[in-house]
Design a binder for this molecule. Structure first.
Ligand SMILES: [Zn+2]
Length: 276
C-alpha cells in the first residue's frame, strides 16, 4: 500500500499536472471501488469540475474541487498513474481525463481501493477519515504529545505505531524501519519501554519518515511504482543486517508480517517468541 512518503510524493509529483484543471471525462471499469456519498453517477457528476488542489490526509489522497471532494484510499494495492495518452493499466478501475489531455488512472487488481465522491469538507461517511490521529509530520506532533499518547497503553509497540486513530499515519513497511532505527523489538510492550526508548522512538518516527520522503523523491519513479529499495529491514528476511550482520528475521506481530534484526533489536529476555 502506498504509505505516507509515497503519498507525499504522489501529491508533489501530480500537483503541477492536475491542479487548476477541469475534468473533461470520466470512465468507470470497476464500479465496485466507487463510493458515491452524494447522489448521482460519477461519470455525470465529475465532468466540468475544477480541481483546486491535491492533498494528503493520513493515508488518504484528496482532490479538492470547487463544489466537492474526491477522496482516495489506496488500501493494499491501489495505484494512481498519470499518462499523456489513453494507456491505462490492466487493472484500471476508474480513469479521469483532464482538459490538458492528461489521463489519471486509478487501478487495483484486488479491487479493494476506495474512491469516494463527497460533498466539500464533509468526510464523516468515509471510514477512518475523521478518526485519524495526529499527523506525525505536523508541528503539533511533539515529544510531549507522543509521550501522552503512550500513557496507559500496554500493547506491543508495533501495534501502537500502526494505530491510525493515534498516529496518522504509519504503515507496515515504515513501522518496521522506525523500530529498526530506534533499536526496539517489534513485540516489546509499550509499558516495558523506558524513557530512553520512548524518546528514541519519537525521534525515529520523524527521522525515518523524513528519510522515506527524501528517498522516494530521489528515486524519481512514476507515481504508480512502489519505491522500497532504500528499506533496511523491510523485505530483507534472511539477509544480513547492514549494521551488525545478524540475519534479519520475519515474524508475525498481531497477524502482520514484521521484519527486524535480532542483533539491533534484541528480544526482551522475559518474552516468549513464536517464530513464524
Ligand atoms: Zn542489526
Amino acid at each position: 500500500m502506498p504509505e505516507l512518503p509515497d503519498i507525499e510524493y504522489i501529491v508533489k509529483k501530480i500537483t503541477p499536472a492536475v491542479s487548476n484543471r477541469i475534468i473533461k471525462e470520466v470512465s468507470v471499469k470497476q464500479p465496485v471501488v466507487i463510493r458515491m456519498i452524494i447522489p448521482g453517477a460519477v461519470t455525470e457528476i465529475l465532468p466540468g469540475k475544477h480541481i483546486i488542489s491535491v492533498q494528503r490526509h493520513g493515508p488518504f489522497l484528496l482532490f479538492r474541487m470547487d463544489t466537492l471532494d474526491l477522496v482516495i484510499h489506496f488500501m493494499l494495492e491501489g495505484r494512481i498513474s498519470i499518462q499523456y495518452d489513453k494507456k491505462s493499466m490492466k487493472s484500471t478501475c476508474l480513469s479521469i481525463i483532464l482538459d490538458n489531455g492528461i489521463f489519471m488512472h486509478f487501478s487495483d487488481r484486488r479491487l479493494m481501493m476506495k474512491i469516494y465522491v463527497t460533498e466539500k469538507n464533509s468526510y464523516d461517511k468515509i471510514p477512518g477519515f475523521d478518526t485519524q490521529g495526529i499527523d506525525i509530520m505536523s508541528n503539533d506532533f511533539t515529544l510531549e504529545y507522543f509521550l501522552k499518547c503512550m500513557e496507559k497503553k500496554s500493547c506491543q509497540v508495533r501495534v501502537f505505531l500502526l494505530d491510525q486513530s493515534v498516529l496518522s499515519a504509519i504503515g507496515n513497511a515504515y513501522a518496521d524501519e522506525i523500530l529498526y532505527n530506534a533499536g526496539i523489538n517489534p513485540r516489546k510492550k509499550i509499558d516495558d519501554l523506558d524513557k530512553k526508548d520512548k524518546n528514541g522512538l519519537f525521534k525515529s518516527i520523524r527521522d525515518v519518515m523524513q528519510w522515506g520522503i527524501c528517498e522516494v523523491e530521489k528515486a524519481n519513479q512514476p507515481v504508480e511504482i512502489k519505491v522500497r529499495d532504500h528499506m533496511k529491514v523491510r523485505g530483507h528476511a534472511g539477509k544480513p543486517c547492514i549494521a551488525c550482520s545478524t540475519i534479519i528475521r520475519k515474524i508475525a506481530v498481531y497477524g502482520f508480517d514484521s521484519y527486524y534484526c535480532p542483533g539491533c533489536q534484541p528480544v526482551p529476555e522475559n518474552y516468549f517468541i513464536q517464530w513464524k
